[in-house]
Design a protein around this ligand. Structure first.
Ligand code: HEM
Length: 467
């Protein structure tokens, strides 16, 4: 059974309580493996032309319900606050969006700890004030399917007026789904209550739908604040987009400097990520990689950290353990289920090679469009960047930072618990440099249609009824 069929076999219509026919498939449905795809970035220069493009692209956006049928490519659309304004969505509605989203990611650099070489002043031009208003994403199982979806969805731009295509960024990976560092990626994902997908073994209870879908009850028991009017906010979600350039050569050099054999280097890399390259979690495979475990969706997420209380298998500072401490104890208590995210990242550039060195990083462009979806995405990313990525207090590690995505203005440390004494490896640098990002809103299908036809104008139109 192929990966996509495997995913679909976990779908049970009788478990559905959400309005699947209104929610964009990209929110609730995982990408295929292997996958190819693209992000097209658009700027709206003229409102009516922009709305026309939204209306036409919306026809090609499948719902989370359609996805269960035989689809081999799917399109998603997200819009920034500046984009909604450029589409002439009324100011009274724009003002109901959360402040960070209104301000945009560049303006939130301080809260996001986007400093030094990650600061907005250094970003690519497409991000920032007059940058990407609308992002169209396509995921497909292969190149022919991507071409067909692209022709359909983007054909509308050929004769569009008032919309500029700023760029198309292609991405894709093979069946190992390896990211730029050669690690299988996007394994651990929350199960969304009411979405109809049966959890895989080890996935804790399903997370309240309102953490991911606006209008539904969240983990606190009430919905997260929703933009108005209802037709615009309900069944939408927020998206964090952050483009990283991956310094894979510098990462390889760091491992080589700190480990004398290939096995030692691979173990150190796994300790930093929390999983081996195959995806096998350290907690289940502490000594050596286990590719069969890594590839098995029934087993590769079936673990917690309670039995590894001292971090001897998986260090507290490992990226995966920081990003989801699961049932492990934390020095600073927090409800981990309020910080869960649906990751839809995409990897671009040539595949990882062991012989790459820092000198290759400038010559070969590799990286990740780190994308995640959550009804409180703007809060979650700011919390993660401040507390769990660029600090170590919550795990008693002072100012030690995430070894994969932390920003290191000076070389940092990585602590590996061991007995009788822990090991501290120095020389961690910014292995993933931020090239830009934006907060986006992923509207429901009715909302896309409403934006496309300027539904707000109709509310104010005089009644034509003669009754
Ligand atoms: C940009 C470079 C990044 C790389 C190379 C990377 C790599 C990885 C890898 C290899 C895993 C383990 C496999 C998996 O469970 O999918 C992982 C897990 C994860 N990453 Fe990242 N990541 C990156 C950025 C980020 C950022 C910026 C965040 C959050 C703001 C993040 C959040 C997570 C989460 C939540 C998990 C799953 C943890 C779990 O549930 O066990 N990642 N990442």
């Amino acid at each position: 059974m192929g990966y996509l069929d495997q995913l679909r076999s976990r779908f049970r219509r009788e478990h559905v309580s959400l309005d699947l026919d209104q929610i964009q498939a990209l929110i609730l449905r995982a990408r295929p493996e292997p996958y190819v795809g693209l992000h097209a970035m658009l700027r709206v220069d003229e409102a009516a032309g922009g709305r026309d493009v939204i209306a036409r692209i919306a026809q090609h956006v499948p719902s989370a319900q359609d996805w269960a049928q035989d689809r081999d490519a799917w399109v998603g659309v997200a819009i920034s606050h500046a984009g909604l304004r450029a589409l002439a969505v009324p100011e009274e509605s724009l003002a109901t969006f959360p402040l960070p989203f209104q301000q945009g990611m560049a303006a939130r650099a301080e809260q996001l700890r986007d400093v030094g070489e990650n600061a907005p002043e250094t970003w690519e031009e497409v991000f920032g004030d007059d940058g990407c208003h609308v992002a169209v994403t396509i995921y497909a199982v292969g190149q022919p399917e991507l071409r067909a979806a692209r022709e359909q969805a983007l054909a509308t731009l050929d004769d569009a007026v008032g919309v500029t295509l700023l760029g198309v960024h292609e991405f894709g990976v093979d069946e190992e789904a390896a990211n730029p560092f050669g690690y299988r990626d996007s394994i651990a994902q929350p199960t969304v209550a009411g979405s109809g997908v049966v959890p895989v073994p080890g996935q804790e209870r399903a997370i309240a739908a309102g953490e991911f879908v606006l209008g539904e009850d969240s983990e606190t028991g009430a919905p997260v604040a929703m933009p108005s009017p209802d037709i615009l906010g309900r069944n939408g979600s927020f998206v964090v987009v952050r483009k990283y350039q991956s310094r894979v050569g510098a990462w390889n050099d760091f491992l080589r400097d700190s480990g004398s054999t290939v096995d030692e280097q691979d173990l150190l890399g796994a300790k930093m990520v929390g999983r081996w390259r195959s995806g096998a979690p350290l907690v289940l495979a502490p000594e050596a990689d286990d590719p069969a475990l890594g590839a098995d969706p029934e087993r590769n997420d079936d673990f917690g950290y309670a039995d590894d209380a001292h971090g001897l298998a998986c260090p507290y500072s490992a990226h995966s353990r920081r990003m989801n401490p699961r049932d492990g104890e934390l020095t600073i208590l927090t409800d981990v289920n309020l910080h869960r995210i649906i990751r839809r990242s995409s990897t671009f550039g040539p595949a990882w090679r062991r012989d790459l060195t820092a000198a290759d990083d400038a010559a070969e462009d590799r990286g990740i469009f780190f994308i995640f979806i959550s009804a409180r995405a703007y809060d979650t990313i700011e919390f993660l960047q401040q507390e769990w990525i660029n600090r170590g207090n919550f795990i008693d590690l002072g100012d030690e930072r995430d070894p994969v995505v932390g920003v290191h203005e000076a070389p940092g440390n990585f602590t590996i618990p061991d007995e009788p004494v822990r090991r501290r490896v120095s020389g961690v640098s910014t292995f993933n440099r931020l090239r830009g990002g934006e907060y986006m809103f992923m509207p429901s299908l009715p909302a896309l249609e409403w934006i496309g036809r300027a539904g707000w104008l109709e509310q104010h139109a005089p009644s034509t009824s003669t009754a």
